[in-house]
Design a protein around this ligand. Structure first.
Ligand SMILES: [Zn+2]
Length: 49
């Protein structure tokens, strides 16, 4: 079972990344360090539904 998720930059609140994840392997909200083109640096991106 895969679920479609969006990742939002916690600094500027923009949604920069989309993808899917394995809900069984990661039932909790994911937090990933990704490059934000709006902040122009790596920031923490939180999973949004
Ligand atoms: Zn940002």
């Amino acid at each position: 079972m895969r679920e479609f998720v969006e990742f939002e930059c916690t600094t500027c609140r923009r949604r920069n990344y989309t993808g899917d994840k394995n809900k069984k392997a990661h039932p909790e909200r994911l937090e990933l360090k990704k490059f934000c083109p709006f902040c122009r640096k790596h920031t923490v991106h939180k999973e949004q539904k």
